[in-house]
Design a protein around this ligand. Structure first.
Ligand SMILES: [Zn+2]
Length: 121
């Protein structure tokens, strides 16, 4: 979606980075392996689909996507002892992350994907 609202890669990166907090505020369940796999496969298919379109600046699209997943790199750093505490607002409790059952998480994530696709393209 960042590709629609950004003119530069830095703007796309910032929009993606900030949007991560909004998405974390929607009920989800990334700990469930089936949800994580479904989300990853869905993101890969969406990316492939978008990159076929000539009316989309795919560099801005990918940069926005990178900005969107960048905050979760903090989980890797924390689990492996590189940092002691999370800084990103939706990871340190400043913005609450509602959890839900995997089946509901899947429906919420599907709904978000549909809205993002409609708004973003
Ligand atoms: Zn997150």
């Amino acid at each position: 979606m960042a590709n629609r609202f950004a003119d530069t890669k830095l703007e796309a990166l910032a929009i993606g980075f900030a949007s991560h907090a909004l998405l974390d505020a929607i009920p989800h369940n990334d700990e469930a392996l089936e949800i994580a796999l479904t989300t990853a496969i869905g993101a890969a298919l969406l990316t492939h689909q978008v990159m076929q379109r000539e009316d989309v600046d795919w560099e801005l699209f990918l940069t926005g996507g990178l900005g969107g997943i960048l905050p979760d790199g903090e989980h890797f750093l924390k689990r492996n002892g590189f940092i002691d505490r999370s800084l990103y607002p939706s990871h340190n409790g400043t913005i609450k992350q509602p959890r839900t059952e995997p089946v509901w998480a899947l429906w919420f994530e599907l709904g978000v994907a549909v809205v993002a696709f409609k708004v973003g393209f």
